[in-house]
Design a protein around this ligand. Structure first.
Ligand code: SF4
Length: 316
């Protein structure tokens, strides 16, 4: 699997230019029967998870939901995942880093569908309010100048000129339901381009505010897996976009999908075990920077650079 990390791109080279170049000669992605072993692995894990909860007092945890943020938190630290996702939605406010991530997603969306962002905070609030997310709107408005929105809106200009023939979709839903719908793996892809109906290669792009981090690779490969199972054909290209840099990219192979499926299968079973009462393990790492249990966890370790980390959104 070839992976290329993002580097500063030459002035004037847009994301569209890069995607055209990168997709000019790609191998055919895994598809059809090639995906069956991956499906079988996940189906087996889902059946195991349901059996763990069947007749158990935690049966109410069904359907077992594994949105992307939960999967990534489980991979980081089980106790962190339980603290963030096991109870009712937390009422805590989002961090500035998370809010900046939300803003950048929407600026890219604006650039792709409506053109340049003229008034960053106003346009952002208008988009969020149009989505009906008044709480997020309040948090963004309260954070105000701390969000430093101008450079984010300027960076999103890199998406200008994307050919509509790519059918750009933003925040597109992807879901894989297993065990007759009792296990649901879901996510939202920042940007999807091309795909079976467009006559162009399928490209998945994750938009990131922070610096490149190893966990981001896990995110895009997780999406590759979900898209492959949704469409019956894997994306041809996975990319991560960090403002001001060239796309970090990789092609999708069966090994990519198999690794992602192994991780997801493990997390499906782990989440079921945790719902059934198994104590959560602790694993210190970058997640300690935004962990709700940081002030009481004996395994807490301060991250070396808290500004080099970026929390995942807690799914609704
Ligand atoms: S503080 Fe760190 S080790 Fe402890 S639960 Fe949170 S993420 Fe895990």
């Amino acid at each position: 699997m070839g992976t290329v990390s993002g580097a500063c791109h030459p002035a004037g080279v847009t994301v569209a230019d890069q995607i055209e170049d990168l997709t000019a000669a790609l191998p055919a992605p895994p598809a059809g029967e090639d995906l069956q072993p991956v499906r079988d692995r996940l189906a087996e894990a889902a059946e195991r998870a349901v059996a763990l909860l069947d007749g158990h007092s935690a049966e109410r945890a069904l359907p077992l939901r594994l949105p992307k943020g939960r999967v990534l938190d489980l991979l980081s630290c089980e106790r962190l995942a339980v603290a963030r996702h096991a109870g009712p939605a937390d009422g805590g406010g989002a961090s500035v880093a998370l809010l900046r991530g939300q803003a950048l997603d929407r600026f890219v969306q604006h650039e792709l569908h409506e053109g340049p962002v003229a008034h960053p905070l106003e346009d952002l609030l208008a988009m969020v309010h149009a989505e009906g997310d008044l709480d997020l709107g309040d948090e963004l408005a309260a954070a105000g100048a701390d969000l430093r929105l101008e450079p984010l809106a300027a960076a999103a200009r890199d998406w200008a000129g994307t050919d509509p023939g790519w059918w750009p979709r933003t925040q597109s839903a992807v879901a894989v339901h297993l065990a007759d719908g009792l296990v649901r793996c879901e996510g939202r892809i920042d940007v999807e381009l091309g795909g079976p109906l467009t006559g162009r290669p399928s490209v998945v792009v994750e938009v990131k505010v922070g610096r490149p981090h190893a966990s981001h690779l896990g995110e895009v490969t997780h999406y590759a897996l979900l898209v492959a199972l949704r469409d019956g054909v894997a994306p041809s290209l996975l990319a991560r976009w960090y403002p001001g840099t060239s796309l970090a990219h990789q092609v999708v192979t069966l090994d990519t999908l198999d690794s992602a499926a192994r991780r997801l299968a493990d997390m499906i079973v782990s989440w079921a075990q945790l719902q059934a009462g198994r104590p959560a393990t602790e694993r210190s790492g970058p997640g300690c920077a935004w962990c709700p249990d940081a002030d009481r966890c004996p395994s807490f370790r301060p991250p070396p650079d808290p500004f080099d980390t970026e929390p995942e959104e807690v799914p609704a």
